[in-house]
Design a protein around this ligand. Structure first.
Ligand code: G3I
Length: 425
């Protein structure tokens, strides 16, 4: 017979063990769910620091330094590197069995002045020295590095960034290739990323990034992954906006090059918690749909500490209370089962005509009377596996109930074109 104290203890252990967290489910999916660390909290003693640190180690299995690994904060002079702040984060992560992403080695901002002073030869030498110094210090501890950050211009034109970017203006475009070559030599076991914002969706900047990484691969430059920062604003209706399909289409092109993908700095501005939650849901669903995308990082814990706090873009509010966005992520991680999502408004011109969802009958059909022939429709689950491949004819609707998928999401592709993700609520 157990004494009351032991009974209590057993109950406590069972309750503690059953506690839900993003980390618990991400671990079981093999997903590195990460967060950018507000470094001062790690050694802080106030209640915000305690709460922040508890959330980090309970809910996440991966960390990134928000600022501490940028050269300005490490490399006071060529002979005076101070790793202490970043080391505190790394030690915290290791103590809590978390992975560490490195951010960032070569960027136009937050540079130590000496690093970016001089002519082309000097800047290349400084860059090599800095990469060797930092990657050498953390060799074996950091699984991915953002080697080059934000090489394309702010306006999204697809041109390389020249404004305040001495790497580009003094060295030239080849600074990117050199950085990756130096980084690979410094830590051959580390995955090397190029990291950008404003590239979540197709567009000139995204095209330019695609062309650059393709060229790097063609030339044997050791680039292993593309980081999509994903500093976004929430769309009101994710289905109407085709959010899933847009991101999926864009990410897919990079995956098809054989590269890894990562969502590296996600935050989604919104004053509508429900819409924000739905947007977070979609980003995670897209990420999970790629076996190549095993890293999903949110850029901060609490809204009050966000670099754009007025947009309340994070999954914890200013009092560190989880928001609906947190619940949405947890729900996806708990049940990443694929589902057929059919938008009641899903219609878009494809090579085969319009794809139409008939809500009453839960069917999909092609409604192009002058059809160029039957359309092949493929449906993919959230892990990117093909659920079905069917031939659609104008007068031959496809009953979605026959697809043997649980309710949820799927990507629909007609011929070579991704047309729509849709939802049947
Ligand atoms: O630490 C000083 C503090 O001592 C001082 O009192 C205070 C006064 O303004 O400034 C503090 O430094 C600030 C630092 O954040 C830490 O809070 C800097 O001014 C501020 O510029 C810096 O902003 C960071 C920003 O990068 C700088 O470029 C943000 O925290 C950080 O979230 C942001 O992160 C970037 C990624 O690295 C790259 N992608 C975009 C992303 C958002 O801008």
């Amino acid at each position: 017979m157990l004494k009351p104290f032991y009974l209590l203890l057993v109950c406590f252990i069972i309750t503690a063990d059953a506690q839900e967290s993003l980390r618990k489910y991400a671990d079981s999916l093999g997903l590195n769910i990460g967060v950018a660390i507000r470094e001062s909290y790690i050694t802080g003693t106030g209640s915000s620091a305690t709460t922040h640190n508890n959330i980090v180690k309970t809910e996440f299995n991966t960390v990134v330094c928000e600022n501490a690994m940028k050269s300005q904060n490490l490399a006071y002079s060529k002979t005076t590197y101070n790793f202490s702040t970043a080391d505190n984060v790394v030690d915290f992560a290791i103590a809590n069995k978390m992975k560490i992403r490195g951010h960032t080695l070569v960027w136009y901002r937050q540079n130590a002045q000496w690093l970016i002073s001089g002519d082309r030869e000097m800047l290349l030498a400084n860059m090599k020295y800095h990469i060797e110094k930092v990657m050498g210090h953390y060799r074996g501890k950091i699984y991915q590095w953002d080697v080059v950050n934000e090489p394309f211009d702010e306006a999204g034109s697809g041109k390389f960034r020249t404004d305040n970017n001495p790497w580009q203006t003094v060295i030239g475009e080849d600074y990117i290739d050199s950085a990756f070559v130096y980084a690979h030599a410094a830590d051959p076991g580390c995955k090397l990323y190029i990291n950008e914002f404003g590239t979540t969706f197709p567009g000139p900047k995204s095209e330019a990034l695609y062309d650059k990484v393709k060229e790097m691969l063609d030339n044997g430059i050791p680039v292993h992954g593309v980081g999509f920062q994903c500093h976004e604003g929430a769309v009101e209706d994710t289905v109407a906006a085709g959010l899933y399909a847009g991101i999926k289409y864009n990410f897919n092109r990079f995956a098809e090059l054989g590269l890894d993908l990562a969502v590296t700095e996600l935050d989604i501005q919104s004053s509508d918690p429900k819409a924000q939650a739905d947007n977070y849901r979609v980003y995670l669903q897209v990420a999970l749909s790629f076996p190549q995308c095993r890293t999903f990082v949110i850029w901060g814990v609490s809204d009050k500490d966000s670099w754009r706090s007025s947009g309340t873009p994070l999954i914890y509010d200013g009092n560190f209370k989880p928001k609906p966005a947190y619940d949405a992520l947890l729900a996806v991680l708990k049940d990443p089962t694929p589902v057929v999502l059919v938008d009641r408004r899903a219609r878009r011109l494809t090579k085969a005509g319009y794809l139409v969802y008939d809500r009453a009958n839960n069917t999909v059909r092609v409604n192009d009377p002058s059809s160029n022939g039957p359309a092949i429709m493929e449906m993919f689950d959230l892990r990117g596996a093909r659920i079905a491949k069917v031939t659609l004819r104008a007068n031959n609707p496809l009953p979605l109930s026959s697809m043997k998928t649980a309710p949820g999401t799927a990507l629909i592709r007609v011929k070579d074109e991704v047309v729509r993700i849709a939802r049947d609520k």
